[in-house]
Design a protein around this ligand. Structure first.
Ligand code: NAD
Length: 472
């Protein structure tokens, strides 16, 4: 596969796809090693991951450089790399505290029986990840799965594959890890082969792909942990601090060029502060600088050319239906890269794609509301339920409004706090995903099945216990 460079538009990297046979072989190899991995004490698995942490540090700058080409973002690439170092450390600390199958105990319902409860990890977990935060989303589920004792077959996105070269070197430097963690290179076909080979799937990506993978997993009776798209609403109540609201919303909506699942993608502002809000956020949006010179600026190009087309289509659809363009508005080709300046749209409504479909770009459509009830109805008028934000100086009221929003995580007086907070459990609502939280303790505990060994300490009942004669 020829891979496009998002900064230059040039197809300058060749991805050699794994064949079906190669993927099957990797899965078999992991299975043959996983039993020993599972049998190790968790503290020994922690020791292996700590070795990986050391080797990851050795290759850290190589991985960051490759990731910076994949995503055309230098600073965020470095943040992703240090985020992974932090995640390995955090799970190495937390997982042994959580791994606590209870000691043998008598049953309450059958008091002659003793219960020996075991936690059995899924043998082989498939991780399939997207292109927007390629390293972080490849490893966010991989790390706790490995610590739980699972083997992992990991297929990152084919759109941003360069970082896999450095990542693989860091894995290969830890012989105890190479048997239970293998990378798969390729696109949808390779992803399908992964799904066919594993005992559980952790998928991060779009709703349409998640739906397909979920259907295959249902067919195969394996769990699918699906982390999908969003159309996060931000609500600005009339008592909100406008500086805080405009700063938080702008950063959340256009940071990483809006290519984050938890970007704020539609904003509802109380009518009494609407004009002030629009004026202020427009001024701040105009001040955002592009990284056309990679050494300076705040916002990079769009990573995926097909996404750029969708973004332009949504802007055009909104304008054609009566939206007013306040800033930005056009995907521009600059030296081969596709760029979109922060785009603010007003006079929008829910008949427009930009208010209903995931945009995944730096677009801020803004609507006004009169009552809080109306704001909540608008926020919930979506097929998505990933996350949201509420801005208010009255925290109790903000919490009251937040509690009524159908989404897994609500940030108060900031946007996208889920990209900072890893220890709060959150489930996706509606089409944004399904199954156990990847954040918080469930992020580790969901990789175990519970198995009961039941020991009868009295004589077993006999068939005479079912004898009808003489029964009153
Ligand atoms: P995508 O669904 O197109 O692809 C994701 C991955 O699935 C890629 O690795 C791809 O090769 C693979 N794939 C494609 N078809 C497949 C199939 N039939 N079977 C198996 N694998 C298949 O998503 P994308 O465009 O890479 O990523 C953007 C999407 O990811 C957005 O919708 C975004 O909101 C979502 N996302 C969600 C979260 C979250 O935590 N909820 C985080 C980041 C991104």
């Amino acid at each position: 596969m020829e891979i496009r460079n998002p900064r230059t538009g040039v197809f300058d990297y060749e991805l050699i796809e794994d064949s079906f046979q190669a993927i099957n072989k990797k899965a078999e190899d992991i299975r043959s090693n996983q039993k020993n991995w599972q049998a190790m004490a968790i503290t020994d698995r922690v020791a292996v991951l700590q070795k990986w942490l050391d080797s990851f540090k050795e290759f850290q700058s190589e991985i960051a450089d490759q990731l910076a080409i994949d995503t055309a973002r230098k600073r965020i690439a470095t943040i992703e790399v240090s985020g992974i170092l932090g995640l390995i450390q955090a799970w190495c600390f937390r997982a042994p505290q959580l791994y606590a199958p209870p000691i043998e105990r008598p049953s309450i319902s059958a008091n002659t029986v003793k219960i020996n409860q075991q936690w059995i990890p899924y043998g082989l977990v498939g991780v399939i990840s997207p292109w927007n935060f390629p390293l972080l989303l490849a490893l966010i589920d991989t790390i706790p799965a490995l610590l739980a004792g699972c083997g992992v077959l990991l297929k990152p996105s084919e759109v941003t594959p360069r970082f896999m070269d450095g990542l693989e070197k860091s894995i290969n430097a830890v012989p105890e890890l190479t048997g239970v963690l293998k990378l798969v290179r390729g696109g949808a076909e390779a992803g399908k082969a992964v799904v066919q080979n594993v005992d559980a799937i952790c998928f991060t990506g779009s709703v349409p792909t998640g739906r397909k993978i979920g259907a295959v997993c249902a067919e195969r009776f394996i769990p699918a942990f699906l982390e999908l798209g969003g159309k996060d609403p931000g609500i600005v109540l009339e008592d909100a601090d406008i500086q805080i609201a405009t700063d938080g919303i702008l950063r959340s909506a256009v940071g990483a060029t809006g290519q984050a699942c938890q970007s704020l993608e539609r904003i509802y502002v109380a009518e009494s502060v609407y004009s002030e809000f629009v004026k202020e956020i427009a001024t701040k949006a105009e001040a955002v600088t592009l990284t056309t010179n990679p050494e300076e600026g705040q916002m990079g190009p769009l990573i995926f050319a097909q996404q750029a087309e969708k973004i332009q289509q949504q802007i055009d659809d909104a304008i054609q239906k009566g939206a007013r363009l306040i800033t930005g508005g056009k995907v521009e080709n600059i030296d081969g890269g596709l760029w979109c300046r922060p785009t603010i749209l007003t006079h929008v409504n829910h008949d427009m794609m930009v208010m209903t479909e995931e945009t995944f770009g730096p677009i801020i459509p803004i609507m006004s509301f009169i009552t809080e009830e109306e704001a909540i109805i608008l926020a919930n008028d979506s097929i998505y339920g990933l996350s949201a934000s509420v801005f208010s100086t009255d925290i109790d009221n903000a919490l009251k409004v937040a509690s009524q929003i159908e989404a897994g995580a609500i940030s108060i007086n900031d946007g996208s706090l889920t990209n900072k907070v890893y220890d709060a459990e959150k489930n996706s609502f509606k089409e944004s995903g399904i199954n156990g939280s990847r954040m918080g303790d469930s992020g580790f505990l969901r990789f175990f099945r519970k198995k009961a060994l039941l020991i009868q300490t009295a004589d077993p009942e006999t068939m005479m216990d079912f004898e009808e004669s003489g029964f009153q």
